[in-house]
Design a protein around this ligand. Structure first.
Ligand code: NAD
Ligand code: ZN
Length: 359
């Protein structure tokens, strides 16, 4: 048995208003006054109070990025080129402010500023050879666990696959639940359900171990408090969901996700369906695999009056179904975690087609 020895985020600050300590945190990491900090910021924050609170000094730069589409390898290369063309030396660090999209972009750009070639070359496991630039994650919506994970999920010309490496995790994370205050209900639910689904897939998977279970159970308990039981004050709910996301991410670090993720990758690749909502669309039809998890999920949907899109696959062609099935079947570790070593006997292309047709 070969046990995985993986890195964790070495520094984290938690608390409402902790964002205002960012300046103090990064100052000691500044190489010198001509090596800027690059802030990659969700463009939803352009001209807001948060923009004014970003601690710019010397030639530091904010680059606003839309989270309207999920991160692409070409987008990472372009951002890297933009930075290297504008500055004649390496920046002091990259700071991502936003949801999973901005977390992943910041991680990937930090890697590509020190490694040659294109982000495409590093999609996979342990292909990054040179440590990334110092990078900081500041999440503004909770659920993906991208703030703790060892991957950055990118869509390339041929595949949607993460850069999984020891250099991917952030050097520093700032967890300020107040930054999540403006998230719209549907998005709050979809991204929050990503966390809930991480827990269910991890806790019911064949890869489960005490490490993953301890984080997964805590995360699930927090998700239930936020989405299912009781009525929490909004601020408490934000605190708890932020920690649920963290623990959910830690839980899958040492296990794996499962059926919902494997199938939602197919939807995302073909139709551009976003991660959170895509997982919800798929999970809604997975009673066969996760009976209790799906039952509770449906209660949460009803409780919050959220709409889960239906009929996405109604008009797809055979070729399009085949593409989704190919992408989904490519996620072997996810299927093995969900079903076991003999998963190929259960999850055939025909079976996947029948499942996709319901969605
Ligand atoms: P997101 O970053 O895609 O953002 C979703 C929407 O919420 C966007 O419109 C964004 O502008 C908006 N938003 C974010 N913060 C807001 C705020 N405070 N107020 C108002 N609106 C706000 O959302 P996400 O669901 O966090 O991330 C999805 C991405 O994360 C996908 O690209 C997925 O592949 C990736 N992901 C990565 C990992 C990982 O481990 N690296 C894990 C899961 C998902
Ligand atoms: Zn996920």
């Amino acid at each position: 048995m070969n046990f995985r020895n993986f890195p964790m985020v070495p520094r984290v600050i938690f608390g409402r208003g902790s964002f205002d300590q960012l300046e103090e945190i990064i100052t000691s990491k500044r190489v010198d006054t001509s090596a800027p900090f690059i802030f990659l910021v969700d463009d939803i924050f352009e001209n807001t109070d948060l923009e004014k609170r970003i601690p710019l000094n010397y030639n530091d730069k904010i680059i606003f990025v839309s989270a309207g589409t999920e991160p692409k390898t070409s987008q990472v290369d372009t951002l890297r080129d933009q930075i290297t063309n504008e500055f004649d030396r390496l920046p002091s660090g990259v700071i991502g402010i936003g949801g999973g999209t901005l977390m992943d972009l910041a991680k990937a750009v930090a890697i590509m500023l020190t490694n040659p070639g294109s982000a495409v070359d590093y999609q996979g496991w342990d292909l990054v050879k040179v440590p990334a630039l110092y990078h900081v994650g500041v999440p503004t919506i909770s659920g993906t666990g991208a703030e703790v994970s060892r991957t950055t999920v990118l869509t390339g010309p041929e595949k949607k696959l993460g850069i999984n490496s020891d250099y991917t995790p952030f050097d520093q994370v700032v967890l300020d639940p107040d930054l999540c205050a403006g998230v719209p209900l549907n998005q709050w639910f979809y991204t929050g359900m990503d966390c809930y689904i991480h827990c269910i897939e991890s806790l019911t998977g064949t890869y489960l171990n005490a490490f993953s279970q301890s984080y997964g159970e805590k995360s699930l308990e927090l998700c239930n408090e936020v989405f299912l039981n009781g009525v929490l004050p909004e601020e408490t709910s934000r605190d708890k969901l932020m920690m649920a996301s963290w623990h959910g991410g830690m839980s899958i670090a040492y296990s794996q996700v499962g059926v919902a993720h494997a199938m939602s990758y197919g939807l995302s690749y073909l139709l551009g369906t976003r991660h959170g909502v895509g997982n919800c669309i798929v999970f809604n039809h997975l009673e066969e695999f996760y009976p209790e998890g799906v039952k509770q999920f449906k209660k949460m949907v009803d409780r919050h009056g959220v709409e889960i899109p239906q009929g996405l696959c109604a008009d797809l062609t055979d070729t399009e179904f085949d593409t989704m099935i190919r992408v989904s079947l490519g996620m072997a570790p996810l299927w093995e975690n969900a079903i076991g070593k003999n998963w190929k006997q259960v999850i055939t292309p025909k079976k996947l087609r029948e499942m996709y047709e319901k969605m």
